[in-house]
Ligand binder design. Structure first.
Ligand code: ATP
Ligand code: MG
Length: 420
């Protein structure tokens, strides 16, 4: 049987081939951190002193892709089981003029490459062939002490790339580490400049923070550092009436169990929506927030729907079957109930609506929730009705009657339509 290399084995082999050809080559960055923490890295990155064209020469043009060539990155293509690996030439980055990206890159030693990375725990190399750590930034010490610390001068490093401020929050929360005080100070003093980072990059970080189980701590730390207020000013955190909402929101976020990003985001902003609708303020606020982050239409629609429907769950057990059956046939229903559950728990509100939904969802078959239509628009035309505004009203009324169990045959449906 042909052996199927894992991603790890494949990247180790890439390192070995580079070394056999006389180059320096290591695993680099986040994967080293994860290996030293005893966690399985999402992916392994390779760093080498071979230049991009030498990497392509060694592995062959057909087995390599030149994405990010100007950054010295070549992708070496592996088998289906192994995936691909990014092979990056050790590089320094020129000045950051805009707080977002370097003006140019230059190839350099491993040590200088380590210096351009963001945090010490992300700045190490590991030679998997000789099983040796190459740590120029005291990353091992900080990893042992559970500390997120910028490499070099924290102020300079945050100024270069402002996204690092949010990355610092994310790593601190998700690893359950402490944020080094000087690094925290630098972030606090620069938090208002996070806006120079593109909405997409901010959203990407927010996504990673919200799907991680440490999401509540991440939001709490982001607030302490004044970053949260910058990226979500709609949460008027200076105002005392928002404090209880904030405490409850953190609790709701904490209670979510492996939520999608959309669900966690809805939990994060539902209180803002509620506050606005209760006070006659802008009702489209969540839509506006989501658009500012340039989320996809799918994400937009789901988040807006969840937030808008949340209040209906509470009293759903007192409504007609047609109301809750319609809601149940929406493919976001399970997420809606999960949201309603954590919000009710956090606010110590009764769970009747939630329990009712959970029970009905378990008991009823899809056919019971959304039975086949008894009557269509074509049927109405056959009955001699003109298509027009009344059409929809009649069809919906017939559907309601069906869902409420008042009618169950096509004949009854036609009779009701004629009466209407
Ligand atoms: P994750 O587990 O989220 O993938 P990671 O550390 O692997 O974490 P990546 O974004 O995949 O993060 O980046 C890989 C490595 O590149 C980092 O470990 C770090 O060394 C470096 N890096 C990434 N983004 C930056 C940045 N904005 N500034 C400096 N170095 C960075
Ligand atoms: Mg990574």
């Amino acid at each position: 049987m042909a052996n199927q290399p894992t991603h790890r084995e494949f990247t180790l082999d890439v390192v070995r081939q580079l070394q056999d050809a006389g180059y320096i080559a290591y695993w680099a960055g986040g994967c080293v951190r994860d290996v030293l923490l005893g966690r399985e890295p999402k992916d392994y990155d390779v760093a080498t002193n071979a230049h991009p064209d030498q990497v392509r020469e060694l592995f062959g043009k057909r087995k390599t892709l030149e994405v990010g060539l100007s950054f010295g990155v070549v992708i070496v293509v592996g088998t289906k089981s192994a995936g691909n690996v990014e092979v990056a030439t050790f590089r320094t980055e020129g000045d950051y003029h805009d707080g977002r990206r370097p003006s140019h890159v230059a190839f350099c030693t491993p040590e200088a490459d380590a210096m351009r990375r963001d945090f010490t725990i992300n700045g190490m190399f590991y030679d998997p062939v000789h099983q040796q750590i190459h740590d120029f930034v005291e990353g091992q010490r900080d990893l042992g002490n559970g500390l997120i610390r910028a490499i070099g001068n924290p102020g300079d490093r945050m100024r270069e790339d402002k996204l690092r401020m949010l990355r610092g929050v994310r790593f601190t929360a998700s690893l359950e580490f402490q944020l080094d005080e000087a690094t925290a100070q630098a972030i606090r003093s620069m938090s208002s400049e996070i806006y120079v980072v593109s909405a997409e990059r901010i959203a990407q970080e927010l996504k990673k923070m919200l799907i991680d189980r440490h999401r509540a701590n991440a939001m709490s730390l982001a607030r302490e550092l004044n970053l949260f207020q910058e990226i979500l000013p709609e949460w008027k955190l200076g105002e005392p009436q928002y404090e209880d909402d904030w405490t409850n929101t953190l609790q709701a976020l904490h209670l979510l169990d492996e939520p999608s990003f959309e669900l966690a985001f809805a939990a994060l902003v539902q209180a803002v929506h509620r506050h606005n609708t209760a006070n006659g303020l802008e009702a489209e606020i969540v839509s506006a927030i989501v658009k500012r982050f340039r989320l996809s239409n799918r994400e937009h629609d789901r988040i807006v729907w969840l937030v808008a429907q949340l209040p209906t769950v509470e009293t759903l057990h007192q409504r007609q079957p047609s109301v809750w059956k319609r809601l149940m046939s929406h493919d976001g229903f399970a997420e809606l109930v999960a949201l309603a559950r954590v919000v009710a728990l956090a606010e110590e509100q009764p769970l009747d609506g939630v329990l009712f939904c959970e029970e009905m969802f378990k008991q009823l078959s899809p056919e019971q929730i959304a039975p086949a239509l008894l009557l269509t628009g074509d049927d109405l035309i056959q009955l001699g009705l003109q298509s027009g505004p009344d059409f929809k009203r009649i069809l919906e009324a017939v559907r309601d009657a069906q869902l409420n169990g008042e009618i169950s045959t096509a004949d009854e449906a036609r009779q009701l339509a004629l009466k209407l």
